[in-house]
Design a protein around this ligand. Structure first.
Ligand code: NCD
Length: 324
């Protein structure tokens, strides 16, 4: 079964759309989503929200481990009065262990629920899932592909801080080859004019050349750097990521590139500005020192985490076309 174009551009209409990639969003779509996210964030009495997804059941089908994405989606659904079917590690806990294909598994859960939130180790799997059903699929991370809802909360967080998503300078650091969150974030920032991103990584973990070219063609300035000395002074935001150990062939390969770039007080003093915000999708595994956590500019345990729930609430409301 092929769905009639659900995986396409949002085009100011989220109803029944799959969320597979940041490529689907225009600046207008993002502003629309963020204005609802802000509205939800400001709600004083959370009980008022409890009827919005009443009677809705949403499946979370997670083939890879997750803390924040899983829990923030569950939190978002429950705050709106909806319910969840939680299939964590389906290779052990469902008929996937008997050899069921992704397409078949998706068809089954599509019957039981109004949205499927899918995390899967293979890039492109969310698209395959979307082609298998008319039920909306939200990509909660497809291997080294994309992680659109993470980028949506990251962009919302940047937008809240600077009141804009254009003419910004950012530093994206870590595993830019395998890190799906950075792929989605760059795709999002490419939609706005005047953005300049410094991509700091070991040479072997640079963004894929074809991605670099296709983003650059959209007009965003991308500067690949391999040494911390090249970090610009006073960027608007730093977005640090971990080296994606699980994507490496061997432990030895991983160890060669692990923790090359560590954020500590000294690095902040040398390169960050007074208003530079420090972000990370988490988990961190040593690439930001704990001494940084108390710095006002570090927002990975505060704004970024909280916004994950509001943005996901807003997204679910819009996909299911609910009134607020
Ligand atoms: C990220 C992921 O799963 O891609 N985590 C998350 O969803 N916040 C980042 C990572 O695992 O490094």
């Amino acid at each position: 079964m092929t769905k009639k174009g659900n995986s396409r551009s949002i085009n100011e209409n989220f109803k029944n759309k799959d969320i597979l990639s940041l490529i689907q969003f225009s600046p207008k779509d993002l502003r629309y989503l963020f204005s609802l996210s802000s509205k939800i964030k400001k709600v004083k009495n959370p009980n008022k929200l409890l009827n919005i997804l009443k009677g809705e059941i949403i499946t979370l089908l997670f083939y890879e481990p997750s803390s924040r994405t899983y829990a923030s989606f569950v939190s978002a659904i429950k705050r709106l009065g909806g319910q969840t079917i939680d299939i964590l590690d389906p290779r052990h806990s469902s008929s996937v262990s008997k050899g069921e294909t992704l397409r078949d598994t998706i068809k089954i859960f599509a019957t039981y629920s109004s949205i499927i939130i899918l995390r899967h180790p293979e890039a492109g799997s969310a698209k395959i899932a979307a082609e298998s059903t008319n039920t909306p699929i939200i990509n909660a991370g497809d291997g080294i592909g994309e992680h659109p809802t993470q980028a949506l909360l990251d962009l919302f967080t940047i937008y809240e801080k600077f009141g804009k998503l254009n003419s910004l300078t950012g530093v994206l650091a870590g595993d830019l080859l395998n890190g799906r969150t950075v792929h989605s974030l760059i795709a999002g920032l490419s939609k706005f004019s005047g953005n300049k991103l410094y991509l700091l990584s070991p040479k072997t973990l640079q963004l894929k050349q074809s991605d670099l070219l296709s983003f650059k063609n959209q007009g965003i300035e991308l500067i690949c750097i391999n040494s911390k000395k090249e970090i610009p002074q006073n960027a608007n935001f730093w977005y640090w990521t971990r080296i994606q150990k699980e994507r490496f062939k061997s432990d030895a390969e991983y160890k060669k590139v692990k923790n090359k770039f560590i954020v500590n007080k000294k690095l902040l003093n040398n390169y960050a500005g007074r208003n530079t915000i420090i972000m990370h999708p988490l988990p961190r595994v040593g690439e930001i020192k704990e001494e940084v956590d108390k710095d006002q500019r570090a927002i990975y345990f505060t704004d970024q985490i909280k916004n994950g729930v509001y943005v996901r609430m807003a997204l679910l409301i819009l996909i299911l076309n609910k009134k607020t």
